[in-house]
Design a protein around this ligand. Structure first.
Ligand SMILES: C[S@@+](CC[C@H](N)C(=O)[O-])C[C@H]1O[C@@H](n2cnc3c(N)ncnc32)[C@H](O)[C@@H]1O
Length: 352
């Protein structure tokens, strides 16, 4: 399906108000905003860091980010081309009692009114499909983001077949009848993952040697293969079969030194194994109707590392790719498409 572009700014006050009203009162959308804010903040920001929400509209994501960072000295800026949207964003922030943490700035994502390297984290939701040409925007992100900054640009993707439309039409029942057409137009004007991948490859984000994955229409890092798992980096098995756990994964899965590490088998396609804990296993068992995950062996976590029990079959010197396997355990894969793709990315971190 060919892309049918929409206008860039939602500039008319009446359109901005309608958007604010519909999205502000839709609990599914609000849950999406909260989820995205959590994901963005979980990517990590240094203390007192600065966050930008590009194409902030009525400020929903910026507000959720500010809620998470409240009282910690962070600054959150919401930027939009539409003055009408920014006025609503300021009202929403005042209602949420967050005006001190948040500020609003009128500007175009193609030429942002910010200094080089000003931001530690950039987030954007549902704005990308309005951008006539994402290339200069990606270049601008590369400019205003710190070298070790993080970015997540989230949007819908254009559908290529008729059958996902049935799903979209069903979901759209949660949106008021008169507003549904805007939603469908957004999907028609969205980019496909392949289009975005090509544009990213030509942008300054690629020049900086960063790797940005594209899935659906989310531009993020580091997801290596379309539809694949998130990648933390490499772990090399040490002489005593010890492996370092990437710190991000350590925090995400709530591992603690001294706790028992439970090893589970990897998938047939990717091999390797998963590392879980009794807490995560209990949750998994609940969600799987009481079925227990198969166990290969157990050991105890050290401080940021764990020894792989002999039954698991890992050998000293093995290179394992650490991936976000599932919410039940951290995955370490040894083959398959994601592993092959990872071999082509020297920028992936090695944890040892
Ligand atoms: C569909 S709304 C999404 C708003 C908000 N991010 C959300 O998730 O609720 C898209 C927003 O992107 C803004 N926008 C579109 N093109 C822009 C550009 N070139 N520069 C800045 N903002 C832009 C529009 O004005 C609009 O507020």
């Amino acid at each position: 399906m060919k892309r049918v572009p929409e206008s860039e700014a939602i500039a008319e006050p009446v359109d901005a108000s309608r958007f604010n009203e519909v999205m502000g009162s839709n609990r599914f959308r609000q849950a999406d905003y909260r989820r995205l804010a959590h994901r963005a903040v979980d990517m990590g920001i240094p203390p007192g860091g600065k966050v930008l929400d590009m194409g902030t509209g009525p400020g929903f994501v910026a507000i959720e980010v500010a809620r998470l960072l409240r009282g910690t000295g962070y600054q959150v800026v919401g930027m939009d081309l539409s003055a009408a949207m920014l006025a609503l964003a300021a009202e929403n922030a005042a209602k949420a009692g967050l005006n001190g943490v948040l500020s609003w700035r009128e500007g175009d994502v193609k030429a942002m009114p910010f200094d080089d390297g000003e931001f530690d984290l950039i987030v954007s939701n549902d704005s990308l499909h309005h951008w006539d040409d994402p290339l200069p925007v990606f270049d601008e992100i590369a400019r205003v983001l710190k070298d070790d900054g993080r970015c997540i640009v989230h949007d819908s993707k254009r559908l290529q077949h008729w059958w996902p439309w049935l799903f979209v039409k069903t979901i759209s029942l949660t949106v008021p009848r008169g507003f549904r057409v805007h939603w469908w137009n957004s999907i028609r004007s969205s980019y496909t993952a392949d289009e975005l991948r090509a544009i990213l490859g030509r942008s300054r984000l690629a020049d900086r040697g960063r790797f940005y994955g594209v899935d659906g229409c989310e531009v993020d890092m580091p997801r290596l293969v379309k539809g694949a798992k998130w990648t933390f980096g490499w772990a090399v098995v040490g002489p005593e079969r010890e492996i370092a756990i990437p710190p991000e994964a350590w925090d995400e899965y709530g591992f603690q030194a001294g706790d028992e590490a439970i090893f589970t088998p990897g998938s047939r396609k990717s091999g390797g194994f998963g590392i879980s804990t009794s807490v995560l296993m209990t949750e998994a068992s609940g969600k799987m109707g009481g079925t227990n995950l198969h166990e290969l062996g157990r050991s105890r976590f050290g401080d940021g590392w764990v020894v792989v029990p002999p039954e698991v079959g890992a050998k000293s010197g093995d290179r394992l790719l650490a991936v976000r396997g599932s919410c039940y355990g951290l995955g370490f894969v040894v083959r398959g498409p994601i592993y092959e793709e990872a071999l082509k990315h020297p920028e992936l971190e090695v944890f040892a």
